[in-house]
Design a protein. Sequence first.
Length: 120
Amino acid sequence: MGSMSKKYDLYNGLPPHEKTSSTSREAAISMLPHAKAIRMKIYRMIDASGDNGLTVDEIEIAGSYIHQTASARVTELLQEGLIANSQRQRNTRQGRKASVWVTSGKEPPEQDQLNLFGDL
């Protein structure tokens, strides 16, 4: 398993999900074939935004992602060390403060190698 599998022991090697919810676990399992590609798309979006960065809300809008998908992939990128919190905030569509994410300077592996959960 990849380096992230140790960080996801809490989730038994699956993408982040609510441990006590069977539907959340099923949703995490259903994302396994898609999560890697979405992670790289979101990484590229954040990278392309430069120092301006992006909030999860902005990622949802730009990528047409639901919140759960965008937020989970941002969490994975953060835990992999590929993005960082800029310590800035912007308002979401709902007027709430949201963290602005920027790339960390760490180069991502090739897309086919960015598999945070190993071969499940």
